[in-house]
Structures are given as structure tokens and as C-alpha cells.
Ligand binder design. Structure first.
Ligand code: FAD
Length: 371
């Protein structure tokens, strides 16, 4: 099978991969993104309704503590707006009783992005030639060669659909997913493979919803939209409205474990009933409703990610290695960041590190950070 050769192949077109590509676009080397899904963005997903993009993946960034995100958003000419949090919150106990509670102000303040978080990916893509992005290309095997690596696309244990050669590779996806779904030839050292599997993919076990309405009836009632429940199915709710007028929205996380979310149709009814008991019966009739169960996404979650994560792990490169095979394969993806791992900020940091390493191997210093 003919295999086209590139200087760098980036596996994964989430924020980390797309940002790495936008940095490489400023260098002389050839590169290609191989993305498994039919779209870019990975855990970033912002479906559109009446010109408003609601976030089913990440919706917040924290300019006070995430400087790369803040600077990139500014450099790309995008605008953030503060999370709406004026008014009282609602708290639901195990027994279903609901109380109005003092509003909880997020510290440091969290911001949303106008155009949804996907605006970031769209803007970065403007810097990447269209021909350098191959969607619907799941990488299933990575083989070390004398010149670099041979990358096969397709299903494990089947004839590959396509093959590509690269002098260097950036793995811009969760390490656990890479270890669980790709064959490496030669095999990865045992300690590294175990370390990769042990790194939990942040939010991979979560499901998120967004219910949109013509009017912010909760705000009119003096509520911020923020709600917490011990009972479920929703565990945490926030205002997820368009900053520039409607549509107005309630958004948040389903609090019950992935194994209990097998009937989305029933879950939807339960979610709307719960919203009605927290915010009033107007909540029963959204003009649009979006839902995404990330635990059921094969290009995000593995069976290891199904139990809910209890706390935010301390992320770092797997087994302390930022690259393997004498600098042929470099780890990116937020779960390999030294700081802010799991967050969008970590995805940018890990991408910058990987591109820096790629350029150092090439003896080129031409990749300039956008920020
Ligand atoms: C519900 C939810 C809410 C979140 N909220 C926040 C938030 O408010 N703030 C925040 O900072 N972070 C939040 N996060 C985390 C944030 O989404 C991630 O930090 C970030 O998107 C990770 O980007 P990434 O590029 O490292 O990984 P990913 O986005 O996972 O990208 C990996 C890419 O690799 C692709 N891929 C997988 N397998 C293959 C394969 N075999 N071949 C080729 N491609 C492959 C995937 O399709 C994907 O596009 C949230 C995540 C979720 C799910």
C-alpha cells in the first residue's frame, strides 16, 4: 500500500492536536492531522441553535489562572463573557425536597466563549491548510521504522484503509485511549503502557445537557440557574444562556453513573421533571434540548472511564516520558500536561511542548507560539 510521507503526523484533532497543527503551520515542515471522528474538536462540542452555540463539552475557562487560554482567545479575536451567577441557587436533597440557597460565586471567575468553545477550534483551523486535515481516519497501529513511524488507519486486526509515514508523530489524545485502542510495534514498555492506562481521561465518564428556552424564567424568579442535587439524575446545573439576548439556557451534568444512563429517552423526561421541580414548570418545555453522554463515545472513553471520577487527578506525562522511540513519538493531549492537566489550558500546554520537541528534533526553531 502506498504511504505518503510527512514530517509530522498529529494523531487526534481535539484542541491539543489542532493547536499543535496551527503552530506547525508556521514552520517549513509538512504535517497532517489524522482524526478518527467525522469532526474536529474532540471533547469540545458546541451544537448551534438560532445562532447560539451551546457547549456539551467544556464551557468554561478561567482567565485569572489559565493564561494560555486567555491569551489565545485574545490573539484569535474571540470574546469571552462571565458565567451568569446573579441570584439564588437551588439545592435538592435525597428525599426530593428543594431549598432556595445563597448563590455560590465561582472563585476565580469562570468565563464562557462567545460562539461556544468550538469557536476556538474553528479559528485555529483557519491557520491550517484544509488538505492537512483528514477526518474519519482512526489510527489503529503505529509502527517504528528506520526513518520514523508508519501509521495505519482502520480497525484493529483488519487490513488498514490507509497508511502514512512520518518522521515524527504527535499523539494528541488521552494516553489511556491510545494505550487501550492502538497497537504499538514494537510494544510499549510495560511500565509506560500501565502508566498510560492508569491516567484517567478527564470528564470522559460524564454526560452533559443543555435545555434552551425563549425566556430566562429562573432569572425572573431571582434564581441564578445554579443548582445542586443529591438525588439526580442531574447533579450540577448552571445558567447556560447566550450572552447577547436569547436563547436562554440551563446546562449541566448528569450526576448518576454511566451504567445507569442506558435509556436517554427516559433520562430526558426525568431531567425535565427535575428542572421543573427546581426552576418551575416552564422548564418542562424547552425549545431545544441537547445531550451528550461522553462515556459512550468510543473516541473519548474506554471501559476504565465508566465509573465516575471522584477528584481531579494530578496529571503529568506518562511514566515521566514526554516522548518515546528516541524522540519519534511525542505525547500531547491535556492528560499529559505538567500543569492544568485535564483542562483546556493543559491541552494547549502539552501541544506547545510537543511542537517544541518536534522542532528541536528537526533542528528548526521556527514554531512560534501564537501567544
Ligand atoms: C463534559 C465536559 C466538560 C468539560 N468542561 C471543561 C471546562 O469547563 N473547562 C476546561 O478547561 N475543560 C473542560 N473539559 C475538559 C476539556 O474538554 C479537555 O481538557 C480538552 O478538550 C482536551 O483536549 P485534547 O485535545 O487534549 O483531547 P480530546 O478533545 O479528547 O481530543 C482527542 C482527539 O483524538 C481523537 N481520537 C481518538 N482516538 C483516535 C484515533 N484512534 N485516531 C485518531 N484520532 C483519535 C478524538 O476523536 C479527539 O478528537 C470538559 C470535558 C468534558 C467532556
Amino acid at each position: 500500500m502506498h504511504a505518503e510521507t510527512f514530517d509530522t503526523i498529529i494523531v487526534g484533532g481535539g484542541l491539543s492536536g489542532v493547536y499543535a497543527a496551527s503552530l506547525l503551520a508556521g514552520t517549513k515542515g509538512s504535517f497532517l492531522i489524522l482524526e478518527a471522528r467525522e469532526r474536529l474538536g474532540g471533547r469540545i462540542l458546541s451544537p448551534e441553535y438560532q445562532g447560539f452555540f451551546c457547549d456539551l463539552g467544556p464551557s468554561w475557562y478561567w482567565p485569572a489562572i489559565h493564561p494560555k487560554m486567555a491569551h489565545l482567545i485574545q490573539a484569535l479575536g474571540l470574546e469571552g463573557y462571565p458565567q451568569f451567577d446573579s441570584g439564588c441557587g437551588r439545592f435538592e436533597r435525597f428525599n426530593g425536597s428543594v431549598q432556595t440557597v445563597r448563590g455560590y460565586v465561582m472563585e476565580p471567575p469562570s468565563f464562557r466563549l462567545a460562539g461556544g468553545m468550538m469557536a476556538l477550534v474553528r479559528r485555529l483551523c483557519e491557520r491550517i491548510p484544509e488538505r492537512a486535515i483528514h477526518i474519519n481516519n482512526p489510527v489503529c497501529r503505529i509502527e517504528k521504522t528506520e526513518e520514523g513511524a508508519l501509521v495505519s488507519v482502520g480497525e484493529l486486526d483488519r487490513e488498514p484503509w490507509a497508511q502514512f509515514r512520518a518522521r515524527q508523530l504527535i499523539l494528541a489524545l488521552p494516553p489511556r485511549l491510545a494505550a487501550a485502542t492502538m497497537l504499538f510495534e514494537p510494544e510499549l514498555p510495560h511500565d509506560l503502557a500501565q502508566a498510560m492506562l492508569r491516567i484517567g481521561t478527564w470528564m470522559a465518564g460524564q454526560a452533559k445537557f443543555c435545555a434552551l428556552y425563549d425566556a430566562p424564567f429562573w432569572r425572573t424568579a431571582g434564581l441564578s440557574g445554579e443548582g445542586f442535587s443529591e438525588r439526580g439524575p442531574l447533579g450540577e446545573i448552571h445558567d447556560g444562556s447566550n450572552d447577547a439576548g436569547g436563547p436562554y439556557g440551563l446546562t449541566g451534568f448528569v450526576g448518576i453513573p454511566a451504567v445507569q444512563r442506558s435509556r436517554p429517552d427516559l433520562l430526558l423526561e426525568e431531567i425535565l421533571c427535575q428542572l421543573a421541580s427546581l426552576y418551575g414548570k416552564e422548564a418542562l418545555n424547552p425549545t431545544a434540548f441537547f445531550y451528550r453522554d461522553w462515556a459512550r463515545e468510543r473516541f473519548t472513553a474506554t471501559p476504565y472511564d465508566q465509573p465516575p471520577m471522584v477528584e481531579h487527578p494530578l496529571y503529568h506525562p506518562p511514566a515521566g516520558r514526554t516522548s518515546i522511540w528516541n524522540g519519534t513519538v511525542h505525547f500531547a493531549g491535556t492528560e499529559t500536561a505538567d500543569e492544568h492537566g485535564g483542562y483546556l489550558e493543559g491541552a494547549l500546554a502539552a501541544a506547545e511542548r510537543a511542537v517544541y520537541e518536534v522542532c528541536s528534533m528537526e533542528g528548526s526553531d521556527q514554531a512560534k507560539p501564537l501567544i
